[in-house]
Design a protein around this ligand. Structure first.
Ligand SMILES: *Cc1c(COP(=O)(O)O)cnc(C)c1O
Length: 393
C-alpha cells in the first residue's frame, strides 16, 4: 500500500500551508515509532499514569443471562480520564515534546478528548488550547470546567453547526496559523496522513493486550471483537492485532440516532458516500449536493459525519462489518449492563454492547470481546433526561 493510503482511502487533502507541518510530523513519527527509548517511556506512562494494562473481564452474569456466547469486556473505562482517549493523547504529546513543541491544541466534541489532552499537557508542562463547538460547551459544561482546571484555554467555536466537525476545522486552521511551536493532537483515526496511522498505532495497545489476556484466559483467540465507531479510534485499536487472524470477526457499531431511515443519524457507513473532508478520502454523511450533512446521535462522542479511512478500507474489503445501533437500543444496553454487571458503560460503548446483546444468544460456545471504550458517569444526567427524569446536574 502507498504511504498514507488504505486502498483508495486516506491521503493528505490539505491546504499548502499545512503540508510542511504534516511532513515534519510524519518524519518525526517514523523516527520515533521504532525508537526503544520512546516506546519505553510511553509504556511506563501507560502503566504508571494511565493504569494499563486495562483488565479483560469475563462478564459471567451477562453471558449466562443471554444464554449464548461467553462475553468479555475490555475495560478501557478503567483508564485515567475514563476512556481509551488517553492512549493516543499520551503518545502524541510525548512525540510533540520530542519534536520540541511547547504548545498543544486539540478539537473536542463531548469534551473527553479535550480533557485527556489538557491532562497530558499539565503532566508535560505544555500550553494547551482546546476548540469546542459552542453548542457542545453548553451541553458539556462540566468538561469545560475540567479543562480550565487542568490549565487549558477553551475556545467556543461558532461556525457551521457549532459542534465537533466545526471544532476540527477550526483547530486545523489554528495549526496552520502557528505551526512552529504547536502540535495538533487529533483525537481519532481520521484527518490527513499520518494521523490515521499514528493514532491507530497508539491505540493498538488495546488489541495487543486483548490478545495476550485472551490467550491466558481461554487459550485461544476470540470469535468476534465488537466496538463502537465514531471516528473509529477505539475500534481500530481493538481490531488492529486481529486483522490478520481471519477467523476473528471484526464488528463496528455506528450511531444510528433515531434510525438510518431518518435524517437524525450519524451512521456513516450505512447512510454515507465516499468523499473528501478534513484532509482525508473516506465515507461521509452528505446531502444531495455533496455537502457534509448535519448528524445526530444521543452520544456526543459518536456524532461525527465521517469515519477514519482505514475503516472505509476494512469495510470495502469485507474484513470488518459495520452495523447501525439506535439511541433507544443504546440506552437499553446502558441500563441493562449497569444492572446486570454493576458497570456503567459510556453511552458510546453502549452501542457496541447493544449489538452484543443481539448476537450473543445465537453464538453458543463462541467468545465475544466487546471494547468498553469509556465509563458512563458523564452520561447519567443525559440518560435520566432521555427517560423523562431531571436530576439537576
Ligand atoms: C470519543 C469516544 C468515542 C468515539 O471515538 P472513536 O475515535 O470512534 O473511538 C467512543 N467512546 C468513548 C467513551 C469516547 O470518549
Amino acid at each position: 500500500m502507498t504511504e498514507g493510503r488504505f486502498g483508495i482511502y486516506g491521503g493528505q487533502y490539505v491546504p499548502e500551508t499545512l503540508m510542511g507541518a504534516l511532513c515534519e510530523l510524519n518524519e518525526a513519527y517514523k523516527t520515533y515509532k521504532d525508537d526503544i527509548n520512546f516506546n519505553n517511556e510511553l509504556q511506563s506512562l501507560f502503566n504508571g499514569y494511565a493504569g494499563r494494562p486495562s483488565p479483560l473481564y469475563y462478564a459471567a452474569k451477562m453471558s449466562a443471562d443471554l444464554g449464548g456466547a461467553k462475553i468479555y469486556f475490555k475495560r478501557e473505562d478503567m483508564n485515567h480520564t475514563g476512556s481509551h482517549k488517553i492512549n493516543n493523547v499520551l503518545g502524541q504529546t510525548l512525540l510533540a515534546k520530542k519534536m520540541g513543541k511547547r504548545r498543544v491544541i486539540a478539537e473536542t466534541g463531548a469534551g473527553q478528548h479535550g480533557v485527556a489532552t489538557a491532562t497530558a499537557a499539565a503532566l508535560f508542562g505544555m500550553e494547551c488550547e482546546v476548540f469546542m463547538g459552542r453548542v457542545d460547551t453548553e451541553r458539556q459544561a462540566l468538561n469545560v470546567y475540567k479543562m480550565r482546571l487542568l490549565g487549558a484555554k477553551v475556545h467556543a467555536v461558532d461556525s457551521g453547526t457549532a459542534t465537533l466537525k466545526d471544532a476540527v476545522s477550526e483547530t486545523m486552521s489554528e495549526w496552520a496559523r502557528r505551526i512552529s511551536d504547536t502540535h495538533y493532537v487529533l483525537g481519532s483515526v481520521m484527518g490527513p496522513h499520518p494521523f490515521p496511522e499514528m493514532v491507530r498505532d497508539f491505540q493498538s495497545v488495546i488489541s495487543r493486550e486483548i490478545k495476550s489476556q485472551m490467550l491466558a484466559a481461554e487459550g485461544r483467540l476470540p470469535d468476534a471483537v465488537v466496538a463502537c465507531v465514531g471516528g473509529g479510534s477505539n475500534a481500530m485499536g481493538a481490531f488492529y492485532h486481529f486483522i490478520d487472524d481471519k477467523q476473528v470477526k471484526l464488528i463496528g457499531c455506528e450511531a444510528a440516532g433515531r434510525g438510518i431511515d431518518t435524517k437524525e443519524t450519524a451512521a456513516t457507513v450505512s447512510t454515507g458516500r465516499v468523499g473528501i473532508f478534513h484532509g482525508m478520502k473516506s465515507y461521509f454523511c452528505q446531502d444531495d449536493f455533496g455537502q457534509i450533512a448535519p448528524v445526530y446521535s444521543i452520544s456526543a462522542g459518536l456524532d461525527y459525519p465521517g469515519i477514519g479511512p482505514e475503516h472505509a478500507y476494512l469495510y470495502e474489503s469485507g474484513r470488518a462489518q459495520y452495523v447501525p445501533v439506535t439511541d433507544d437500543e443504546a440506552v437499553e444496553a446502558f441500563e441493562y449492563v449497569s444492572r446486570t454487571e454493576g458497570i456503567i458503560p459510556a453511552i458510546e460503548s453502549s452501542h457496541a454492547l447493544s449489538h452484543v446483546m443481539r448476537i450473543a444468544p445465537h453464538m453458543r460456545d463462541k467468545i465475544i470481546v466487546v471494547n468498553i471504550s469509556g465509563r458512563g458517569d458523564k452520561d447519567c444526567a443525559a440518560i435520566a433526561r432521555y427517560r423523562g427524569e431531571d436530576i439537576h446536574e
